[in-house]
Design a protein around this ligand. Structure first.
Ligand code: FAD
Ligand code: SIN
Length: 546
């Protein structure tokens, strides 16, 4: 099958859905998404969206907090644009039907919405707009509802993109060319139900495939977060940047039956205290901001505490707060913890750090454009310059909202000003004989091997020796995938294994390159920050071979 539309959107989290809605009045839109429409990191976001909407808060303060967290690597123009766009994007979400918590006592500058604002680490004001402790779900459901009703949007669920289709228009085969001459025409996509592979073409292609938490053995992310967009874009010749900056969230639930469950930073924002297994508070030994220090500092402090004491977890304790307050403020966390036998109104919650957010990604400009013509990237898959070396809490949903808006405006303008060729004659996917492999077990072992080696050797604290070992092992797994498994009939598991392995390799290469410690990248060999040499992005690009 060949599908043609004006806009092809790969991914259906906040970034993809908002972009789709914004361009849908200007052309036909196809959304492909690898599970159901709502399944995304977005749907699990708890804390909220950072925005200056209180009269007592200022843009300058949000900008300063973002830079402080980013540890010298944020792009000032990007930070200012995103922070100043936030109130408008929040207003838009309210109009799209998102029901944020209100507090009549709060006077907000945003059309007097009286939004309830909470606090998270690294913020010097209460500025987190939220919908209880399920903010992402509220946003995702409102957008899904609108998308399902739009007549110009076609949705293909359970369809997984394998690779982008790129062409150079003016060079002959065998030549290595620079990327501004490369055009993206669409993607090869597998229908997970039939395993058939189809060609999806469009005039504009939006990569909104989210993060890569599944590269690590322990993560707050759901199963979809396998870094597919970063891997596909890199293979196609797009520039990627800053992949060494993997954010580990300090507080994921530690329980044998809990899979990927986050305990929101808002718990610390509302007074939750971190204690070790002996019941002693320890954050004051690591930062004057204590529990409300930035995430990189808190995650490293917990890691150090666990190693020092040999414990399995530390504890997050908010039981000193009023019971009704806890139940009303954190209804989802309360219920979830209780289902594991932990009553957070009386007991401390066992927590550990886990991979949470990818600050690096596909490099874009302020409109979400990549260095490949017609290819945009927005949301967690992109590296815009907002987060620098460490993302400030609740700036991610905000970034996705602002960039979906900017990219839509740019893509609509491009459509109007150029006569686009939808797609030249594109070859169908070559499935190389498509013999079923009996190596399903080996694929699953390789998944496990990649995720464990990334956790053990490329985690919160890194060393040259461990990075070198990780590099050797991941090279072997990449060779196995490329030279052996890829010759058989491919499966969704294999597609994702290829992507987590490639993203793991890119993380290792970026981490090995940076000979200092900054933000989320901490190396015991180079424990100091070195502005003179390293106050710059780490940029990687694979040559495009036509
Ligand atoms: P996602 O929402 O992850 O969407 C990606 C989409 O792409 C999915 O639909 C996926 O199925 C699809 N996809 C991926 N690969 C393919 C492929 N090959 N083919 C087809 N489809 C594909 N941020 C905040 O700002 N505030 C918070 O409070 C907050 N809390 C969080 C809590 C948790 C537990 C987690 C995991 C993250 C949290 N974050 C938070 C981060 C934030 O949720 C994400 O960064 C953001 O939602 C990413 O949005 P996105 O649209 O870029 O990607
Ligand atoms: C959280 O609720 O702690 C997550 C916030 C974020 O990732 O920005």
């Amino acid at each position: 099958m060949k599908n043609e539309s004006d806009f092809l959107v790969i991914g259906s989290g906040v970034a993809g859905l908002l972009f789709a809605l914004k361009v849908a009045d200007h052309g036909t839109v196809t959304i492909i998404t690898k599970r159901n429409l709502a399944e995304s990191n977005t749907a699990y976001a708890q804390g909220g969206i950072a925005a200056v909407v209180a009269e007592t808060d200022t843009f300058e303060s949000h900008i300063a907090d973002t830079h402080a967290s980013g540890d010298g690597l944020c792009n000032p123009q990007v930070v200012e644009t995103v922070v100043k766009s936030a109130p408008e994007r929040i207003q838009e979400l309210v109009e799209l039907g998102v029901r944020f918590n209100r507090n009549r006592e709060n006077t907000s500058g945003t059309a007097d919405l009286h939004l309830d604002l909470c606090r998270e680490g690294g913020h010097s004001h209460n500025r987190i707009v939220h919908a209880d402790d399920l903010t992402g779900l509220a946003v995702e459901e409102a957008l899904v509802d609108q998308v399902r009703r739009h007549k110009n949007i076609a949705v293909f669920e359970n369809h997984i993109a394998i690779d982008l289709i790129t062409r150079s228009t003016n060079l002959q085969r065998g030549m290595t060319i620079t990327n501004h001459e490369v055009y993206c025409y669409g993607a090869y996509v597998m229908d997970r139900n039939t395993t058939d592979i189809h060609t999806f073409c469009a005039k504009t292609i939006m990569l909104a495939t989210g993060g890569a938490g599944k590269v690590y053995a322990y993560t707050s992310n759901p199963d979809i977060a396998t870094g597919d967009g970063i891997a596909m874009a890199y293979r196609a010749g797009a520039t990627v940047a800053n992949l060494e900056f993997v954010q580990f969230h300090p507080t994921c639930l530690f329980h044998p039956e809990a899979k990927n469950f986050l305990i929101s930073e808002a718990v610390r924002g509302d007074g939750g205290l971190l204690v070790n297994a002996a019941g002693e508070r320890f954050m004051e030994n690591y930062s004057p901001l204590k529990e409300l220090a930035c995430r990189d500092v808190v995650a490293r402090a917990i890691d150090a505490e666990l190693k020092k004491r040999g414990d399995d977890s530390v504890f997050l304790d908010i039981s000193h707060k009023d019971t009704d307050f806890i139940k009303t403020r954190f209804p989802n966390l309360y219920a979830k913890c209780l289902s594991f036998g932990i009553d957070m109104t009386t007991d401390p919650i066992p927590v550990v750090p886990a991979a949470h957010y990818m600050c690096g990604g596909v490099a874009t400009d302020i409109c979400g454009r990549t260095n490949i013509q017609r290819l945009f990237a927005v949301g967690e898959t992109a590296c815009t310059g907002l987060h620098g070396a460490n993302r400030l809490a609740s700036n991610s949903l905000l970034e996705a909202l602002v960039y979906a808006h900017n990219a839509a405006a740019q893509a609509i303008e491009d459509m109007q000003s150029f006569a686009f060729e939808v797609s030249p004659e594109l070859p169908s996917w070559d499935d190389l004989g498509a013999i079923d492999s009996d190596e399903v077990i080996m694929v699953s072992h390789s998944w496990d091997a990649v995720r464990r080696l990334m956790w053990n050797y490329v985690g919160i604290v890194r060393s040259d020796k461990r990075l070198a070992r990780a590099r050797r092992r991941i090279d072997m797994i990449q060779d196995e995938i490329n030279e052996y498994y890829w010759d058989f009939k491919i499966t969704p598991d294999l597609i994702e294994l290829r992507n987590i392995t490639m993203v793991g390799d890119l993380i290792i290469r970026c981490a090995t390159h940076r000979k200092e410690s900054r933000g989320l990248h901490y190396s015991i060999a180079y424990p100091e920050k070195n502005d003179a040499r390293w106050k710059k992005d780490t940029v990687l690009r694979r040559p495009f071979i036509h």
